[in-house]
Design a protein around this ligand. Structure first.
Ligand SMILES: [Zn+2]
Length: 453
């Protein structure tokens, strides 16, 4: 509670100083506005004030496209306040202006359609819950169309989008299909069930092991779990069966557990944040024991439990004890189905870190240290691959920025000299000595050693 109050205190201060700055700018005739103000006001629960800020801004501003990201936030606020028609109008205007300003770049198009599709998907479900069935179907239809467009681009052309947002887009498309199945009462039962069958595999895309990645986005995973629960509850309503009832209950429980502060896992995380590593270790060991007793011995969940314990030991400056758990985590990840390659990367980074630490501290005994050195070599190779992949990401970002500012299309290729101006810290170097082939906008950049990302 104290922490929340403290944070609230800071938010109030932040709001006050931003408002003061805004008044100052206005007094000199500047049309100054920052979306930070309504953002903070929303977090403070001052929803009326936030809405007033938005309205004033929108009345004065004509250049909507430039500020489109802010308008998503406004539409979201309106939706949360139950002003669905107005939220729809804001999103419609956005959609219109975005379509007129035809972005030449696939990634930007994909991202725009994604953001709008997400807004319509959320609106559709809220309208359905409010009993506005026909309007829920309308919004779900819009969401479907927009999300399908972005998924299509992600599959074919938009590289960054494919890597960063494609799986979430699939989950949202599943959400729109579920809302349509729930709300479209005029349709034949078989058609409504067909929508749910289409949604089922899509709704799994964020929940196939990647939820156990270190650094997974907790809120996004939670939303995906809620959507999965929604899918099976609607299914159960349309066609009673023990399977859908069980699946719905399972995902309801998973979603609740995911954010429940009293679960051992969330308690452990909170102890780590408070730097109470000894207490966190006790919990880590309990969790690990429990997970080991589950049916399979090759799950991302088990790898995560091993990794967490290794980290907590390392946080307590006990690298020697940490090593065996890292080795076990790698072993488990090697057997996991589906594979979680990004997870492996994280574990190997930690191996590298520990190996350096142990070499410095002299904390080693012969066999164990040698095993760690072997792993560290492997880790170096993979770390180089990861660093190169990050370079390729920067190159792709630079290409997008270059194309945007110079109004180029998907076939254009920047010269290296042009491009490095758009890459943070200039020309990147592959740590394994590879050279980079930039390629046209629609294709990925490649490294001569590591290939494309
Ligand atoms: Zn490379």
């Amino acid at each position: 509670m104290y922490e929340i109050q403290e944070e609230r205190g800071e938010l109030l201060d932040a709001e006050a100083s931003l408002l003061e700055w805004q008044t100052l700018r206005k007094s000199v005739g500047d049309k100054w506005f920052t979306p930070g103000i309504p953002g903070i006001q929303e977090r403070l629960g001052k929803l009326d004030e936030a809405e007033t800020q938005w309205r004033e801004y929108i009345r004065r501003s004509r250049a909507e496209t430039n500020y489109s990201n802010w308008l998503y936030d406004f539409a979201n606020l309106l939706r949360r306040r139950g002003k669905y028609d107005e939220a729809t109008a804001v999103l419609d205007r956005l959609d219109g202006s975005l379509r007129n300003d035809d972005a030449p770049i696939s990634d930007i198009k994909a991202d725009r359609q994604f953001a709008l599709g997400k807004a319509f998907e959320e609106l559709a479900w809220d309208r359905y819950k409010a009993g506005e069935h026909a309007k829920a179907v309308q919004a779900a239809t819009r969401a479907k169309q927009l999300l399908r467009e972005s998924i299509q681009l992600g599959m074919n052309e938009a590289n960054w989008f494919r890597a960063e947002k494609l799986s979430e887009a699939k989950g949202l498309l599943a959400g729109a299909l579920v809302t349509e199945a729930a709300a479209d009462l005029g349709r034949a039962l078989s058609e409504r069930l067909a929508l749910l069958k289409e949604a089922e595999p899509l709704s799994e895309s964020l929940l196939n092991g990647s939820e156990f990645l270190p650094d997974a986005d907790t809120n996004r995973i939670h939303q995906a779990m809620l959507r999965r629960n929604r899918l099976y509850s609607v299914w159960y309503e349309l066609a009673l069966s023990p399977e859908t009832a069980a699946a719905s209950a399972y995902w309801e429980a998973r979603a609740a557990e995911w954010v429940d502060p009293t679960t051992p896992y969330n308690r452990m995380q909170s102890l780590r944040e408070q730097r109470k590593f000894g207490d966190a270790e006790i919990l880590c060991r309990q969790i690990l024991e429990q997970v080991r007793n589950e049916r399979s011995n090759a799950t991302p969940r088990l790898a995560r439990s091993l990794f967490d314990l290794a980290i907590v030991l390392s946080e307590q400056k006990r690298p020697k004890e940490s090593v065996p758990f890292l080795i076990q985590a790698l072993d488990v990840l090697g057997k996991c189905q589906p594979a979680v390659p990004m997870f492996r990367e994280r574990v190997l980074n930690q191996v590298n870190h520990l190996s350096t630490l142990m070499a410095k501290s002299g904390q080693r005994n012969q066999g164990e240290y040698e095993a760690l050195q072997e792993l560290a070599k492997l880790a170096t190779v993979e770390a180089q691959r990861a660093a190169c992949s990050e370079n390729l990401r920067l190159i792709t970002g630079g290409k997008l920025q270059w194309a945007l500012e110079n109004r180029k299309d998907d076939n254009a290729i920047p010269t290296p000299k042009e491009l490095w101006d758009y890459v943070p810290r200039g020309e990147p170097k592959c740590p394994a000595g590879g050279t980079y082939v930039i390629g046209p906008l629609k294709a990925s950049a490649k490294c001569s050693v590591h290939g494309s990302r």
